[in-house]
Design a protein around this ligand. Structure first.
Ligand code: C2E
Ligand code: MG
Ligand code: MG
Ligand code: MG
Length: 291
């Protein structure tokens, strides 16, 4: 595997990469270079209300436009950025981009919510709330425009500190979402104590819910759990009309997935929003036989 990467002329993260190796130092300097020379790209993937089809906002997903490798997906460098602490630079870049994008969308008549993924390291960063405050003030965007997505595992790494940071961010008005819900190791006791607003059901459950009864039951239970706790619930991985209908039938609030749109460069998002035609989510459409 490593040899193959070298053939391509660059290094990318792989699970065995030792963060003190030469390979790793090269990757780190490439990442620094990427930030300084505008090689990172903000992609946005729409989130819609499954009952009305209305666009609610989008999830911000990073891409690395590498001069030789093309668009590098986040899983190829995010774990490495987390290991080395570089993630705080990347998170800050994403937050800045999102605050700008949100301000621009609002000015065009679309005050939408943008969700940003945070990692464990970000939750340990005591300066994050202060930096966030400055950012929101500079861009003049209301704090409830930004949603922070955190995984269960990131919280459970150090629940006390996570609780502290998240408490401060929530008090500032930011919305908090638990990402990939059901895949991590989590504790309902913490879920109860966290100032969370939203649960996101992992796509691994949603993508198979039509054919796998167990997955369907997990999706249904998660939706009920969220609603019983007063939280809103989002399904990831909505890949076809059938899953939209099933989720809507289960009262899932929002959906995100390839059936609605793939992640797109931020510059295309406004155009997409203007032209989005939801399937007419009338009772008739919802009750037609699954295609
Ligand atoms: P995530 O936060 O769970 O994001 C959802 C992932 O599911 C995205 O992959 C998205 O493209 C993909 N997806 C959405 N709808 C569908 C669908 O219908 N079918 C399928 N097969 N996939 C779908 P992506 O963009 O490759 O990101 C992967 C992960 O990388 C994210 O998972 C997140 O954990 C991480 N990530 C991405 N951007 C950032 C970032 O800026 N910061 C941090 N810390 N992590 C990020
Ligand atoms: Mg996410
Ligand atoms: Mg997710
Ligand atoms: Mg996921």
């Amino acid at each position: 595997y490593a040899a193959k990467q070298q053939q391509a002329g660059t290094v990318v993260y792989h699970p065995g990469l030792d963060s003190t190796s030469e390979e790793s130092l090269t990757l780190l300097s490439e990442l620094r270079y990427a930030v300084d020379h505008n090689q990172l790209r903000l992609f946005l993937q729409p989130k819609v209300n499954l009952r009305t089809g209305q666009v609610i906002g989008a999830e911000a997903l990073v891409r690395w436009e590498h001069p030789e490798r093309g668009l590098v997906p986040p899983m190829r460098f995010i774990p490495f950025a987390e290991q080395t602490g570089f993630i705080s630079t990347l998170t800050h870049w994403m937050l800045e981009q999102c605050a700008q994008a949100a301000a621009h969308l609002a000015a065009e008549g679309f005050p939408l919510k943008l969700s940003v993924n945070l990692s464990t390291r970000d939750l340990m960063d005591q300066d994050l709330p202060t930096r966030m405050e400055q950012l929101l003030a500079t861009q003049r965007v209301p704090s409830n425009t930004l949603v922070l997505e955190i995984t269960e595992s990131a919280i459970m790494d150090d629940p006390q500190r996570a609780l502290q940071t998240l408490g401060r961010l929530h008090a500032m008005g930011l919305r908090l979402s638990i990402d990939d819900f059901g895949t991590g190791y989590s504790s309902l006791a913490y879920l109860k104590r966290l100032p969370v607003d939203e649960l996101k059901i992992d796509k691994s459950f949603v993508m198979n819910m039509e054919s796998d009864l167990q997955d369907a039951k997990i999706v249904r239970s998660t939706i009920d759990l969220a609603h019983n706790l007063g939280l809103s619930v989002v399904a990831e991985g909505v890949e076809n009309a059938k899953s939209w209908k099933l989720l809507s039938g289960l009262s899932c609030d929002e959906g995100q997935g390839y059936f609605i749109a793939r992640p797109m460069p931020a510059a295309q998002f406004l155009h997409w929003v203007r032209h989005w035609q939801p399937p007419d989510t009338t009772d008739e459409w919802l009750s037609t036989e699954f295609a």
